[in-house]
Design a binder for this molecule. Structure first.
Ligand code: BGC
Length: 735
């Protein structure tokens, strides 16, 4: 059956179903509740977390269309795959008892793997995936995650985050693919492709959800859920493209910005949710609110004078489903609003038909559909190997004085610092629990950095440190032990967090970490500084004195092993920074800054620039060639460059192609990434890498706020070389 015939058939099914539904049933579809609404505390039933009566109340009496999250015991926490499968069967069985047999769609934050199913494959977080510059790995992560979501019986993944990471203080920076528009669009698209395939009703595929539309990631004060001020040009240049790419890739759901932009809370923004999202971007799927955010239009934002007005505002602005999450208030209030004529039935029908369409597309109406067998769909050895590879490629070697690294296996190493011996610091938030900090729940067979080093080492490895992140470290002892060792591996960084609990007031490292570092750097022993955590905490003075710097960010469950692989040279590092690493707390100038930010006294002088990352071998990029000097609309510009491995180890190199618009009617970035390719080269080997740019790649948001292509001179830059060409004609585009 062709895709078009299939869609028409689904469209007919939806219309048919809609025509049979009562108003209550329709509004129920728009209601999403948290697990606690159907859950039973473990002290009342230790073997099964669902209360059958509460489940019936939600699904049969309130007709809820969706449930999210994991049992609350006491913090949201991972369940065994068997428990999940049983819970999902119970929910399916109750859906089958509904008058019209409409399935409940269960959503989960499987943001780096199916985080609430015990022993799942937990990948590097998005910031690390971006550092791999490897879209194949993003695709494989999507594939494996969807498979494990489905093997757990779950239906829908609140991922990927397509917000762009341009505010390093923001405690969700690490959930993004970094600061660059092209890189995040490419990584997010590849992930969605792997997750959904061509048909996400397939037994091992699942629908994704783009988050959080739009502008959430750019709070002016760096705190989560606080205002952004984004002009329309900036919105269109930086914040919309990732969502556009995700929609083009077929993501059928979108979650809404939990904060506000230009004074308008995301959930009340008709211009964003309807004019831009529907009329311009052509999004056909459904939107879901973020946690409690409709009611927050009343309780927090003071836009609405009552909870009821808040519901009216949000639904009329374009919110299709409400993550309420703890009660049926949305359901009751919306019923009233439709009965009184304040919200037209046509708007309800529109929202419900979008929701039902996605349920059909996801195969949920096929109640007999078996869940994939965990034996070959869950935590398989192949998936584990892919995860380890992703972790290795996600780690950035930022400094390596005198080729100090890799270390010999028999080296005498002192390992210290609060991130040396914990699994949680490798994984970050959304791991087993929401905040990811319940170290005691982590799988014991996984290795911390210290354990992975011990497993590989044939020398002496001494650990000075505590059992938890906040434990005091005996600095004097560490300093005196340093004398007995050749190297110090100093592991600093952040403990896990996400969302508002992760807010900080400064990017500076904690004083106690700073103190430990300074004392050890004074010993004169070579210090290898390893940082783990979701944000670039300021390490400038330490990095200058350290002999080596490894930026680990959040490399996931295999992160400890991957770091040890790199430290001892079992793997040649190739991760590159997907963000600019600031030199100082207020030094927030990004790589694609405007000329004025690097003019006269202004400079782009980060500690490490975007794209930085060393290898144990060296690469030389030469012979940058353009196939034409003049480009016309409709033509492509072919660009080639030669990359040679001039060192003595096999390694991978990402070739980054940047563009600069020499003169334009709106100030343009000094350079902007337009393409990248990752290749592997053996010692002495060289390859020609070919890129192709289309005039659309030269477009920007013009004076009239429309995307345009303007004639004139452009520069292509790869490595240390640059070449110019001229675009002959201009155009307004409808990209
Ligand atoms: C977060 C979302 C998440 C949702 C459901 C919210 O607090 O902002 O990213 O998907 O909770 O857990």
């Amino acid at each position: 059956m062709s895709a078009q015939t299939m869609n028409t058939r689904k469209g007919n099914q939806v219309l048919d179903l809609l025509s049979k539904m009562t108003l209550e049933e329709k509004i129920g579809q728009m209601t999403q509740v948290d697990f606690t609404v159907i859950g039973i505390p473990p002290e009342q039933n230790p073997t099964f977390p669902i209360d059958p009566q509460k489940l019936e109340e939600a699904v049969l009496n309130h007709h809820v269309g969706s449930i999210l999250n994991t049992p609350f015991t006491p913090d949201n926490k991972a369940q065994s795959i068997e428990t999940w499968r049983k819970m999902m069967e119970a929910i399916r069985d109750v859906s089958l008892k509904t008058r019209l047999k409409i399935p409940v769609m269960y959503g989960i934050d499987a943001i780096h793997g199916v985080s609430y199913t015990q022993n799942s494959i937990l990948f590097p977080q998005a910031i690390n995936m971006a550092a791999t510059f490897n879209t194949d790995l993003a695709y494989q992560e999507g594939e494996i995650t969807a498979r494990e979501v489905r093997a757990s019986g779950l239906h829908w993944n609140f991922s990927p985050v397509m917000d762009i990471g341009r505010q390093p203080l923001w405690p969700r920076l690490w959930e993004t693919y970094g600061e660059d528009v092209h890189l995040s669009s490419a990584m997010g698209s590849a992930y969605i492709k792997g997750h959904q395939g061509n048909d996400f009703s397939a037994p091992d595929k699942a629908p994704t959800c783009l988050k959080h539309f739009v502008g959430y990631s750019f709070p002016i004060n760096g705190k989560d859920r606080s205002p952004a001020w984004i002009g329309e040009r900036m919105l269109r240049e930086y914040f919309l493209p990732g969502f556009e790419a995700g929609i083009k890739q077929g993501a059928p759901t979108i979650m809404i910005n939990s904060a506000e932009v230009d004074g308008i809370p995301g959930h009340a923004n008709h211009h964003y949710l309807t004019t831009i999202l529907r009329d311009e971007l052509g999004f056909k799927g459904f939107t879901v609110s973020d946690w409690a955010d409709i009611n927050r239009l009343y309780t927090r934002d003071k836009l609405a004078a009552s909870p009821k007005e808040a519901v009216k505002m949000a639904v009329l602005a374009g919110v299709d489903m409400s993550m309420v999450p703890f009660d049926f208030s949305f359901y009751d209030l919306l019923l009233d609003l439709v009965r009184s004529g304040e919200v037209p039935l046509s708007r309800i029908d529109e929202a419900v038909s979008r929701i039902l369409t996605v349920k059909y597309q996801s195969g949920l109406f096929d109640f007999d559909r078996p869940m994939p067998d965990p034996k070959d769909h869950f935590a398989t050895p192949q998936a584990l190997e892919i995860n380890r590879q992703a972790a290795r490629e996600s780690i950035v070697l930022a400094k390596n004085s005198d080729h100090l690294l890799p270390l010999k296996k028999d080296a005498r190493i002192l390992v210290t610092g609060p991130t040396a011996h914990l699994l949680s610091v490798l994984n970050g938030g959304w791991t087993i629990t929401w905040q990811g900090d319940a170290e005691e729940l982590y799988p014991q067979e996984k290795s911390t950095v210290l354990e992975a080093i011990r497993n590989k080492s044939s020398g002496t490895v001494t650990y000075i440190g505590g059992q938890s992140f906040d434990d005091e470290i005996d600095i004097d002892k560490a300093v005196s032990e340093a004398a007995n060792h050749e190297f110090i591996l100093l592991c600093l960084g952040e403990k896990p967090y996400t969302e508002t609990p992760g807010n900080i007031d400064s990017l500076l490292l904690e004083p106690r970490q700073q103190k430990l570092a300074e004392a050890l750097l004074k010993t004169g022993k070579p210090v290898i500084l390893l940082t783990l955590g979701g944000r670039p905490r300021i390490i400038t003075a330490l990095a200058e004195k350290a002999a080596g710097v490894i930026l680990g960010f959040l490399p996931g469950m295999e992160g400890g092993e991957a770091i040890a692989d790199i430290l001892f040279g079992d793997y040649n590092p190739n991760g590159k920074l997907p963000i600019t690493y600031p030199r100082n707390t207020n030094d927030i100038v990004l790589y694609d800054h405007k000329p004025i930010e690097a003019f006269e006294w202004n400079v782009y002088n980060p500690l490490y620039p975007f794209g930085h990352g060393l290898s144990y071998t060296q690469f030389e990029t030469t012979a940058l060639t353009l196939d034409k000097q003049e480009l016309k609309l409709g033509e492509s510009l072919n660009i080639s460059v030669t990359v040679k491995n001039t060192g003595n180890r096999t390694g991978k190199e990402t070739v980054l192609l940047y563009l600069n618009d020499v003169a334009a009617s709106v100030s343009r970035p000094v350079k902007q990434l337009k393409a990248f390719k990752k290749i592997e080269l053996t010692p002495g080997q060289q390859k020609t890498v070919i890129f192709s740019l289309m005039p659309d790649d030269l477009s920007f948001i013009g004076v009239n706020l429309k995307r345009i292509i303007e004639p004139g001179e452009f520069k292509v830059m790869i490595g240390n070389e640059s070449r110019s060409f001229t675009l002959i004609n201009s155009a307004e585009t409808n990209l």
